[in-house]
Design a protein around this ligand. Structure first.
Ligand code: AMP
Length: 254
């Protein structure tokens, strides 16, 4: 695997890839787990080359403490990516990614204002801006995003349409631990008791009950709710468990 931290070096590498070969990109913030690996597997199946990016994007964090505590497992990530037979890892620093110091940004003003966007002001501006930058740099045929971040996936699909970007956006299913909790980089931060609460959160969230009943179950377990809502035949939740923010979503049966 070729590890590249410098934008001009990546651009040269990209230009030198054979014209008739395809490239898939998987964008991550590191602390890799099976959810990320499923995206990589999908990209490897559908493309000749796979590029993974690791960049903890500060502009999408509205909470500085969350940014400071975001897990970093660089050596383990490299080993996982090597084992997954990834071709390129792009891991730029802030100054490379933001030569404008974030004076320019992408803002969506409808769907980004609810759910995660409502409780994390500016979050989706940061996400959409960094994804746009990475799409421009990758010049990939396909980009893979998880349904775990469903609102993000939807916003990216719409952004690509709005700006005539030719990369195809591919949504991938949520990968869960055996007990039903969705894999997340933040899960590392859960203590043993918080991890047990997180399991209850995932199980209660999946119950075929009205939102009010699920809300009552969360409250009984002392799970702090950020939101629990249904939109477009999908249920969405964000909760705080011992200060760690977890999200989940599922399609509702018709
Ligand atoms: P992150 O590193 O958290 O920014 O995530 C990078 C990509 O991996 C995003 O497209 C996420 O939606 C996706 N992802 C994260 N966790 C999961 C999961 N449990 N299942 C599927 N995709 C995931």
């Amino acid at each position: 695997m070729k590890v590249i931290t410098n934008i001009s070096l990546w651009q040269k590498t990209r230009q030198n890839l054979p014209f008739d070969k395809t490239l898939g990109v998987v964008m991550t913030m590191g602390a890799l787990h099976k959810g990320h690996l499923s995206l990589i597997e999908q990209s490897k199946k559908q493309n000749d080359f796979t590029l993974v990016s690791i960049f903890i994007n500060p502009t999408q964090f509205n909470n500085q403490d969350d940014l400071a505590k975001y897990p970093k497992t660089w050596d383990q990530d490299i080993a996982l990516l090597e084992a997954a037979d990834v071709d390129f890892l792009f891991a730029p620093c802030f100054d490379e990614m933001y030569p404008d110091d974030y004076r320019y940004k992408i803002t969506e003003n409808s769907f980004s204002q609810i759910l995660c966007g409502k409780s994390r002001p500016g979050h989706f501006d940061g996400v959409l801006t960094v994804v746009m930058k990475l799409l421009q740099l990758a010049q990939a045929h396909r980009a893979y995003f998880g349904e775990k971040d469903y609102q993000q996936l939807h916003l990216i699909k719409q952004m690509v349409k709005a700006f005539f970007i030719s990369t195809k956006i591919i949504g991938c299913p949520i990968i869960r631990e055996e007990d039903g909790l969705a894999f997340s980089s933040r899960n590392i931060r859960l203590s043993k008791t918080a991890r047990e609460k997180a399991r209850l959160f995932a199980q209660m969230f999946h119950q075929n009950q009205p939102l009010e009943a699920i809300k009552a179950m969360f409250e009984q377990q002392d799970i702090e709710i950020d939101y629990l809502e249904a939109h477009c035949n999908r249920r969405f939740a964000a909760v705080l468990i011992d200060g760690v923010r977890l999200i989940d979503n599922l399609e509702l049966k018709k």
